[in-house]
Write a protein that binds this ligand. Structure first.
Ligand code: SF4
Length: 325
């Protein structure tokens, strides 16, 4: 039986920007030949990369906010565009998202009770007392007291409470696929661990999560598998333990060596969080046809500038780097 929930097949995305003047058209390659799949056997797949690497484009493609320039995106065997054309409501229920800043998705005039009731009504989840019971349960599941929180407006909630309301929506809706786009980057460390625990617990509800982040530490904390993306290309992927303990690609190695406390036996609170976005960038034009890491790689060879390496499988990992050919 096919247990694939989401599939990206050689997906590329080019944004064309038209400026002023006759010659001011530019094309930006946001993704190139991206392929991966997410299983319906609940799992957390982390997509790790710095800002501008293409993570958000992948997110927008899954939501149908953009169309791929080439390649195919399949959800349960059917293309996303087909889902949105013929079964939009079902798709939206099954594929949910949590954003970095939940404040932006709240209507400032809607109190928490209305936000949760709307989810219940929109997807015909329950009615009457049963709906009330589910709302109370979902809030308690994320550590909120219904009597204190239900009557509040978004501006009366802290950032952590707003993100927990988003989690309680997921408990209510129970999608099959959750796309979590940098969901903890605005939370302080204590709330971050709690939030990530909930994401991991969603597997018990049958939910698979694509966890999008620039923070390798949080990916290590919750993900079953990790994919490293750089400048629109997936450079390495594999089971989390393998990628973290035996990184293959020079870029992944650079990320790993930036973690000051790499001991997995340390408590999470003791670990130092690295911020990929703050890693020093080497200036220079990125190699478009070859390896995108060319300008930052200490092992770069001539051919790296011209060609992108084939995917090489090494034990449980896959890597795209000429060092392994
Ligand atoms: Fe470095 Fe070449 Fe490997 Fe790219 S392909 S990471 S430039 S050695």
């Amino acid at each position: 039986m096919n247990n694939t929930l989401l599939t990206f097949q050689n997906v590329s995305k080019v944004f064309r920007r038209v400026g002023f003047g006759f010659l001011s058209k530019t094309a930006v390659q946001a993704l190139k030949d991206v392929s991966f799949s997410l299983s319906s056997e609940p799992e957390v797949l982390a997509l790790v990369g710095e800002s501008g690497s293409g993570k958000s484009t992948i997110c927008r493609l899954i939501l149908g906010l953009e169309e791929p320039t080439s390649g195919e995106i399949l959800y349960r065997g059917k293309s996303v565009s087909e889902w949105l054309k013929n079964n939009k409501k079902e798709y939206i229920r099954e594929v949910q998202i949590i954003f970095q800043d939940p404040y932006e998705v709240y209507n400032p005039f809607y109190r928490v009770d209305r936000v949760l009731w709307m989810a219940i009504k929109k997807f015909n989840i329950a009615s009457g007392d049963e709906a009330n019971r589910l709302i109370h349960e979902s809030l308690e599941a994320v550590g909120l007291r219904p009597r204190e929180i239900l009557g509040r407006y978004p501006h009366q909630l802290s950032g952590g409470e707003r993100q927990r309301i988003m989690l309680s929506r997921i408990y209510l809706i129970k999608p099959k696929l959750l796309v979590a786009d940098e969901p903890v980057s605005m939370l302080d460390a204590s709330l971050r661990a709690i939030f990530l625990d909930h994401l991991r617990d969603f597997k018990n509800l049958g939910i698979s999560t694509l966890y999008i982040t620039h923070d390798l530490n949080t990916a290590y904390y919750i993900a079953d598998r990790i994919m490293i993306i750089y400048s629109g290309r997936i450079l390495e992927r594999g089971p989390t333990e393998d990628v973290i303990k035996n990184p293959l690609h020079p870029y992944t190695k650079m990320l790993i060596t930036s973690i000051p406390v790499p001991d997995p036996n340390k408590r999470w609170q003791d670990r130092v969080v690295i911020d990929v976005a703050k890693l020093q960038k080497v200036s220079g034009r990125e190699s478009v046809s070859g390896c995108p890491f060319y300008n930052r790689c200490q092992f770069a060879m001539d051919r790296c500038e011209r060609n992108f390496p084939e995917t090489k499988r090494i034990n449980n990992q896959e890597v795209n780097c000429f060092l392994y050919e």
